[in-house]
Design a protein around this ligand. Structure first.
Ligand SMILES: NC(=O)c1ccc[n+]([C@@H]2O[C@H](COP(=O)([O-])OP(=O)(O)OC[C@H]3O[C@@H](n4cnc5c(N)ncnc54)[C@H](O)[C@@H]3O)[C@@H](O)[C@H]2O)c1
Length: 321
């Protein structure tokens, strides 16, 4: 099979590209290297099953010509990371809406199957129990950049779903919860690489707010296995699946675990949300995936726990370029 992975030089996209090539598929990676990094794919350069195209999903002509050459599009390119979204809200919104529309239109024109990488951010601040695919979205004002990201991902899902319903485009949707692992960088606001890199540098680990907010973290290798299971099944067409790990930990406990596991002398420092983000930034207290649907449909569940995640990230950061 020939795949286009948009955002294939990014964190999840590059691991997905590796996995596809390892099983014998060919991959074209389209990325503008805005948050992605050529180091993530440099080991693939020269491989006849791999091609890198530097360009944007906003370039309609380019998207059309690349999609015409593949059987499947795995759409991972997006403006991501809390800092990116807060710093460049307009550019982020345009990338996440218009970019996805370009992909869907080209896939429809050329008859390619599509998987859209959506996000648990679509659930907004619904902090009840485990969130299943039917859980309500609870979002704040669309004038706040965090919620405009949530809105964009939700509209992407709707648009893809209606292409499936009305135009019979073969569409699949996945909602990633916090996905972490090697190649993820901390400077866009991702908490685990930020903590691990601070611990390795023996600098303070900065916890925003009280630290009692909890999260669940899924190893990127598990997440990629989930994507492969979804794209390989006909039962997933026109459906949306949560992909995440349902082990929950508070951010303060995460900071402690990172310090302990890396043997660091770092201390934990708490700062007000308002100091870390723009005034009025809203966060949710909990976010836990319900992964019953993906388990039932394709038999996927995560295999790696937090200690594997921390040690893999630490290993990556110690040897990073
Ligand atoms: N990592 C997570 O925890 C997580 C959670 C929920 C959803 N997601 C989704 O998964 C996907 C991949 O995220 P990631 O964590 O790997 O982030 P990432 O920033 O590493 O990957 C995004 C990639 O898209 C590329 N890109 C951005 N704008 C582009 C454009 N206009 N044209 C071409 N390429 C462009 C970037 O350069 C980058 O390589 C995104 O759609 C994101 O919304 C990730």
């Amino acid at each position: 099979m020939k795949y286009l992975v948009t955002g294939g030089a990014g964190f999840i996209g590059s691991h997905l590209t590796d996995a596809l090539i390892a099983r014998g598929d060919s991959v074209i990676c389209l990325d503008n290297l805005s948050t992605g990094n050529s180091h993530n794919i440099e080991h693939l350069v020269g491989n006849p099953s791999f091609e890198f195209i530097s360009g944007s999903i906003l370039d309609v002509g380019l998207v059309d010509s690349v999609v015409a050459r593949v059987d499947h599009v795995l759409h991972f390119a997006a403006a991501v990371g809390v800092f990116t979204i807060v710093d460049k809200p307009l550019e982020s919104l345009v990338t996440n809406l218009r970019g996805t529309e370009n992909i869907l239109e080209a896939a429809h024109k050329h008859g390619a199957e599509v998987l859209i990488a959506s996000s648990s951010e679509v659930y907004g601040k619904n902090g009840g129990g485990p969130l299943n695919e039917e859980s309500d979205r609870i979002v704040g004002s669309p004038l706040k950049s965090r919620w405009s990201y949530s809105e964009a991902k939700a509209i992407d899902e709707s648009m893809a779903y209606f292409y499936y319903q009305e135009k019979r485009l073969a569409v699949r949707l996945v909602r990633f919860f916090n996905t972490v692992g090697p190649r993820q960088v901390g400077h866009y606001g991702m908490v685990v690489p930020r903590f691990v890199s601070a611990a390795l540098a023996k600098e303070p680990l900065t916890v925003y707010g009280s630290g009692s907010q909890s999260r669940c973290f899924c190893h990127v290798y598990d997440a990629v296995a989930g994507v492969l299971a979804v794209i390989d099944s006909d039962a997933t067409l026109g459906e949306v699946f949560n992909i995440g790990n349902d082990d929950e930990i508070t951010i303060e406990d995460l900071a402690r675990e990172v310090i302990e596991q890396t043997g660091s002398s770092s201390v934990i420092e708490k700062v007000l949300y308002e100091k870390a983000y723009a005034p009025g930034f809203e966060d949710m207290q909990r976010r836990i995936p319900d992964i019953t649907k993906i388990k039932r449909t394709v038999g996927w569940s995560p295999k790696r726990d937090l200690s594997v995640i921390i040690s893999d990230i630490a290993e990556f950061l110690r040897t990073a370029h």
